[in-house]
Design a protein around this ligand. Structure first.
Ligand code: NAG
Ligand code: NAG
Ligand code: NAG
Ligand code: NAG
Ligand code: NAG
Ligand code: NAG
Length: 507
């Protein structure tokens, strides 16, 4: 009888929608320890902010007129920045006490006195608070769905050197206040207003182009594909970012196939490493079912592909049947046809991961010019142990044959007759089939990470019904490099300037 709690869990799963086959947790360690990431982010922002274009300022007040043009950000220093998760969907970037150096051209006219030249100015105490809201887009991909930003500059300083220094001293307080007014404008209206659009663009366009490199549905090889669609919006707590993925393979020829997930839902509780990935039994089952449906779980060995020893043992075993055949067939090459009969099943337990396979083995003589003659057909049950590991971004499995049994599904007597074949067939599997399997699984399947990021120092842990991999992140490429490479065509790393204020900025 089904225990009540199983029904209860099934009910929870049913009301929760689809069960994830794969989960990923990024902990705040990735943000704290990952100085590289913060640094990369800073460098990236510095680069983006340096592309700010501040509109020209032109205005006049009575006899005084001015032009402020060619404003350029010459340097940007982000000394303090914090990157953290905030419930329930946000990644926060808080920059405080940054400084920005500017250079601009001034043209001032007061009655008949003209003054021109460049001014070096700096904005001190720049603080920028940005919240990137993370969500699942309709295609199942993680996206920055909204960016909110508050920026302020607490102090602006300018060095008005140059030819007309005395003029400033000479001129009335009016021009001084006008000068202050210009600085105020640069600081408040123009400058603050420029920072947020840059961050908005950085978040919505550039980070999203980085996130576009995370594979959602992609081909693994020429037979199967993997679906890493997010099932819901990513969820943040103060310490983690958690993502739930479908984590299901599908046969490429039937891309619409979806296997029902009745496996245990993986649970992620740890927070010590930068990142955790969990895969349920379903993830592996869907892989094997996809290969099964794609018709690749079969193998044919004929003639000299059959090891000599085995050939001899088989001919000896079936001697009784062979001698009755016509002489033209007796010397024909042997053919072994191995075919998996049902999708193999994976079982994950704390003690290890095993895969159970049931296959049929047909042994026949295959003369080149005549129909083949079947000598025997048997069923084999095999149990493989699988050891999962990560290499870079690829999840790999190394399989070993553990248990193996052949029997005839026709009669117990025939099964008895097959006992002598047990050992040589096991050897065949070990030398001819397992390397093939491992060769395929060695290529591995990519886990959904953006380009330029790999796992290092990973630890694989088996749990009941799922396995988890804890790892740290390693940046194989600079964030800037990846973003530049994936920058959408036509994106000029610039934000359109806001139009200059219409009113005169004096006082
Ligand atoms: C941003 O960081 C500064 C300095 O660490 C801090 O004073 C400020 O409260 C932070 N702002 C927010 C909104 O967390
Ligand atoms: C801000 O930075 C300036 C120099 O860049 C430094 O003197 C000052 O102490 C900093 N203030 C805070 C609150 O960190
Ligand atoms: C400001 O620029 C305009 C257009 O370039 C020019 O006509 C005007 O004379 C300039 N004003 C000053 C004070 O240089
Ligand atoms: C985006 O963020 C802004 C500012 O926080 C907020 O007013 C707006 O409602 C948000 N939009 C969406 C679609 O969440
Ligand atoms: C997949 O489904 C879509 C619509 O549900 C259908 O139009 C398409 O023909 C299907 N493709 C295959 C290969 O079954
Ligand atoms: C025995 O197995 C073969 C394939 O190995 C299958 O075709 C046949 O139907 C099976 N017979 C019975 C009685 O299950």
């Amino acid at each position: 009888m089904t225990p009540l709690w199983v029904l209860f869990l099934a009910l929870i799963a049913a009301t929760h929608g689809e069960t994830p086959g794969c989960k990923i947790r990024v902990t705040s360690k990735a943000l704290e320890l990952g100085k590289v990431m913060r640094l990369g982010f800073q460098m990236f922002l510095e680069h983006e902010l340096e592309t700010i274009t501040i509109p020209d300022l032109r205005g006049s007040e009575g006899p005084f007129s001015y032009n402020i043009t060619e404003v350029k950000v010459t340097e940007l220093q982000l000394v303090q920045s914090e990157l953290y998760f905030q419930p329930t969907h946000d990644l926060i970037l808080n920059i405080s006490n940054a400084s920005i150096s500017l250079r601009f051209r001034r043209q001032l006219l007061y009655w008949f006195l003209y003054d021109g030249g460049f001014v070096d100015a700096s904005a001190e105490g720049v603080s920028i608070h940005t919240a990137l809201q993370l969500a699942r887009d309709p295609g199942g991909r993680i996206k920055v769905s909204n960016v909110s930003c508050v920026a302020s500059v607490s102090k602006m300083q300018a060095a008005f050197g140059g030819t007309f220094k005395e003029v400033y001293d000479f001129l009335s307080s009016f021009i001084i206040s006008a000068g202050k007014g210009i600085m105020m404008c640069l600081m408040l209206i123009c400058f603050d207003a420029q920072i947020c659009p840059v961050l908005h663009h950085a978040g919505l366009v550039l980070l999203n182009s980085l996130l576009d490199t995370v594979p959602v549905r992609s081909a693994v090889d020429k037979h199967v594909g993997i679906d890493y669609s997010l099932l819901s919006d990513p969820v943040t707590s103060t310490s983690n970012l958690d993502m739930e993925f479908r984590g299901a393979f599908f046969p490429l020829a039937e891309a619409n196939t979806s296997f029902p997930n009745r496996a245990v839902e993986p649970q992620l509780q740890e927070e010590d490493r930068m990142v955790y990935v969990a895969f349920s039994e379903f993830f592996f089952d869907s892989a094997m079912e996809s290969y099964f449906r794609a018709g690749v779980l079969r193998l044919e060995l004929i003639g000299d592909k059959v090891p000599k020893d085995l050939d001899m043992v088989l001919r000896a075993t079936f001697f009784g049947s062979i001698v009755l055949l016509s002489p033209t067939v007796i010397d024909a090459p042997l053919k072994l046809e191995l075919q998996v009969l049902a999708p193999p099943r994976c079982t994950i337990k704390p003690s290890g991961t095993t895969i159970s396979v049931t296959a049929s083995l047909v042994i026949a003589l295959a003369p080149s010019d005549q129909p083949e003659v079947q000598l025997s057909s048997m069923t084999m049950d095999a149990r493989l142990s699988a050891k999962m590991s990560l290499r870079g971004k690829a999840l790999q499995a190394q399989m070993d044959l553990r248990r193996f049994r052949i029997y005839s599904n026709q009669s117990a007597l025939e099964s008895l007759a097959l006992i002598p074949l047990q050992a040589p067939l096991k050897t065949l599997l070990q030398i001819a089939v397992m390397p093939l399997l491992n060769d395929r699984s060695k290529r591995g399947v990519q886990i959904p990470l953006p380009e330029g990021i790999d796992f290092v120092k990973e630890v694989v842990t088996n749990q009941a019904g799922f396995l988890t991999i804890g790892a740290d992140l390693h940046f194989t490429k600079g964030l800037r490099e990846v973003i530049e490479k994936n920058r959408p065509a036509g994106d000029l790393a610039m934000v359109d300037a806001v139009p200059p204020p219409a009113s005169s900025p004096t006082q």
